[in-house]
Design a protein around this ligand. Structure first.
Ligand SMILES: [Mg+2]
Length: 375
């Protein structure tokens, strides 16, 4: 693919409002924006979605930076390649670190599509012209959560996700359901429960949730399969599905009826497309999860969500839900619960250089001829 250079921008931006889960209150979002440039000057964009601290997975912005700089960029540069899929395979030699791998792999897919002059959604076989958008209500008091949900419904979001944890669950879901009798609601537990909580989780069955996301351990598949036998609400796995192998195991065990596919969590497109294929083959529903991300990752999520199987609204909110000003020139906008797919080459967005430099804390350039043969 004739890569000439890679640039990493480590950025930090305050959220308009803090985002609260039982694990973490996110007030300031750090992230890594990656530019991969070829010899003709065409530029592909990726985004590292690890948080500042390891509350969602083990990765952080600092570990991603280390992996990119010291391992993944040199590995990418260790021999030539013709397609970004080869890099997805090559990165399998490195254990874990899915978000760091995804950040660079996503940039290469974007670059490849731009080199061909086609939208990335087209390259991966997407067909949807509009992507269905849902949004997340962070944890808070019941009136606060109802207010947040009301605002989102007014903005047209078609599905609302609630963050729940033991003691902040049945009452919240009951109130939200009675307030919005016909709204598509789902609850995300971010691993807050154990099998001892089966009665509490059974108590949620009557509220007609679309699904309950990741109730049990972050790396568990067996207990989720036991729980699914006890509750009628479909289980959606998030944190537990990192690789296609995890997905095959979840299928064997009947651990879930739904999977939230996040490019960052699964290490990029090669893995995400394989997980998607497995889900389609086995009648498991899919949707695209969010990571409180900036516009580059949002545009990648949009491309992925044009695949036919993404029938459940994803965490694809407007840039303006979190940011005063995003780092792309045309912010993502949800209208009446949908986002139009982006028609430009690659992911269809460009960097807002002024905004990017205003929020950049650290920038690093790699000229690949210099790093060649170091790995
Ligand atoms: Mg989740």
């Amino acid at each position: 693919m004739r890569i000439k250079s890679v640039t990493l921008h480590i950025i930090s931006m305050p959220l308009k409002k803090p985002f609260v889960t039982h694990l973490q209150k996110v007030e300031e979002r750090e992230g890594i924006i990656i530019e991969v440039r070829d010899k003709e000057g065409v530029c592909g964009l990726g985004e590292g979605v690890a948080f500042s601290t390891p509350w969602y997975t083990e990765e952080t912005v600092k570990t991603s930076h280390h992996m990119l700089k010291d391992v993944l960029i040199p590995l990418m540069n260790s021999k030539s390649f013709h397609h970004p899929e080869e890099i997805g395979k090559r990165f399998e030699a490195v254990r874990g670190n899915a978000m760091a791998k995804a950040a660079l792999e996503m940039a290469l897919w974007d670059l490849y599509a731009r080199q061909k002059g086609v939208p990335l959604w087209n390259l991966i076989g997407g067909t949807r012209e509009e992507v269905l958008a849902g949004a997340v209500v962070g944890a808070g008091s019941i009136p606060e959560m109802i207010n947040q949900a009301e605002d989102l419904v007014k903005e047209g979001y078609q599905r609302i996700k609630l963050k729940i944890s033991p003691g902040a669950d049945v009452e919240i879901v009951k109130e939200l359901r009675s307030h919005f009798p016909n709204l598509s609601l789902l609850a995300d537990a971010n691993s807050a429960y154990s099998l001892e909580d089966v009665p509490r989780l059974q108590a949620l069955d009557e509220f007609d949730l679309e699904m309950i996301e990741q109730p049990l351990g972050i790396d568990d598949l067996v207990e989720h399969s036991l729980l699914q036998k006890e509750i009628s609400t479909p289980i959606c796995l998030d944190e537990s599905i990192v690789t296609p192998h995890d997905m095959r195991s979840a299928i064997h065990l009947n651990s879930c009826g739904v999977v939230n596919i996040k490019l960052g969590r699964v290490g990029g497109y090669s893995s995400a497309l394989e997980i998607y294929r497995l889900c389609r083959e086995h009648d498991i529903k899919v949707w695209c999860g969010g990571m409180i991300e900036f516009g580059v990752s949002r545009a990648h999520n949009l491309a992925l969500s044009t695949l036919e199987g993404f029938r459940i609204p994803g965490d694809i909110s407007s840039s303006s839900k979190y940011w005063e000003e995003d780092i792309i020139t045309s912010p993502i906008v949800v209208r009446n619960g949908v986002v139009d797919r982006l028609e430009g080459p690659g992911i269809g967005v460009e960097l807002n250089r002024k905004r990017l430099s205003a929020v950049t804390q650290f920038k690093e350039d790699f000229t690949l001829d210099e790093t060649h043969n170091k790995f």
